[in-house]
Design a protein around this ligand. Structure first.
Ligand code: ATP
Ligand code: MG
Ligand code: FE
Length: 338
């Protein structure tokens, strides 16, 4: 069965086709970053309008380049939440209308389940059960994963998400939007000269807090002469603190759960220093570690097509015919696939 995946939860219009036996067929992405960067962040109304402009042409291009026609599709998966309401509704309306016209099922996919399952698209996919660290623009989650939809929340950020901390600190350093990848590039030119705190690592538990790092960065920037080298050193110090904090918490979670597989996904998992630190930590714990390829760390259609395909195969259609979206949708509410 060919499943079309549609992702429009934020500022990426992304589509893909996943086949239940053949795997990933094709994927395309149009990023709105250039449009939003002028405003220093995502403008929700502009995002919705741009999804409307870009989505259908992108689906047509995807099918054409895949050598497929509408009638070849067996189902349509779309991101139903969490995300920006208007942006989500564009994907939901398009997916449900297409599915209705083609008389095929549509399936509402949880965006974070998409991120979580993205490493399944790689050559060596992880087996269940595993520990998952989801680090993205809006989420920081540690999850015990027993199967698709079988999630136990072990820890989360009590304030800013990791990606958010990266973006805000990057903004303070004058790096523009989205700052995560830019801060990471700048950090390459610096060294860890300043010791940033490792928040909440000195007490038990698996929750995170990153808003203090942002404040620490602000004070450090204000107190520094702000040469290019100073900025690079601050970026490197900030990034090292994040990498270290994530490693400490993942090590603790591996030990507590006894799991020996770690999946790391979401936009921030593209960060090379974080990948390296977590890989080193996992090796020390005799755990296998799994990441998506870099382009599937951030938002993409492939992860949505994959997640939707798994739920369609299991005969699971999360909601009825109504076109709805859920800007807030706790991942732990998802039902299990047996
Ligand atoms: P969510 O998935 O929580 O709904 P989102 O979809 O906006 O949020 P993603 O697309 O998964 O988030 O990831 C985007 C985030 O990842 C941004 O905060 C961005 O700065 C960050 N990011 C991307 N690449 C890197 C990198 N190399 N280093 C650090 N951060 C990065
Ligand atoms: Mg994005
Ligand atoms: Fe995302």
């Amino acid at each position: 069965m060919y499943v079309l995946g549609i992702e429009t939860s934020c500022d990426e219009t992304a589509v893909a086709i996943f086949h239940s036996n053949k795997g990933l067929v094709h994927h395309l992405l149009y990023s709105q970053i250039d449009m939003h960067s002028e405003y220093g962040g995502v403008v929700p109304e502009l995002a919705s309008r741009d999804h409307i402009r870009k989505l259908i042409p992108l689906v047509k291009q995807l099918l054409q380049e895949s050598g497929l026609v509408n009638a070849d599709l067996g189902g349509i998966a779309y991101t139903a939440g969490p995300g920006l309401m208007g942006a989500l509704l564009v994907g939901a309306a398009t997916a449900r209308s297409m599915a209705w016209a083609l008389q095929i099922p549509a399936v509402a996919v949880h965006h974070m389940e998409g991120h979580l399952l993205a490493p399944m698209l790689e050559d060596k996919p992880p087996q269940f059960p595993f520990l998952a660290l989801l680090i993205s623009g809006g989420h920081t989650l540690l999850v015990h994963v027993n199967g698709i939809g079988q999630y136990k929340l072990l820890g989360e950020s009590l304030d800013d998400a990791v990606g958010e901390a990266f973006d805000k600190t990057a903004k303070m350093l004058g790096l523009g939007y989205p700052g995560g990848p830019k801060l990471s590039a700048l950090a390459e030119l610096g060294t860890e000269k300043i010791r940033f705190p490792r928040p909440m690592t000195d007490r038990p538990g698996l929750d995170f807090s990153f808003s203090g790092l942002k404040t620490f960065a602000m004070n450090t920037i204000n107190a520094s002469p702000k040469t290019e080298q100073d900025k690079a050193d601050i970026a490197a110090s900030f990034q090292a603190a994040i990498a270290d904090t994530l490693s400490i918490k993942c090590r603790r979670a591996l030990r507590q759960t006894g799991l020996n597989r770690l999946v790391v996904a979401g936009g921030v998992s593209a960060n090379t220093q974080i990948r390296a630190a977590l890989t080193l930590m996992a090796a020390g714990e005799n755990a296998d570690i799994f990441f998506p390829r870099a382009q599937f760390c951030t938002d993409n259609g492939a992860m949505i097509a994959y997640a939707g395909c798994q739920r369609l195969i299991a005969g699971q259609i999360i909601e009825g015919q109504a076109i709805t979206a859920r800007p807030r949708w706790p991942m732990m509410e998802l039902s299990a696939i047996d």
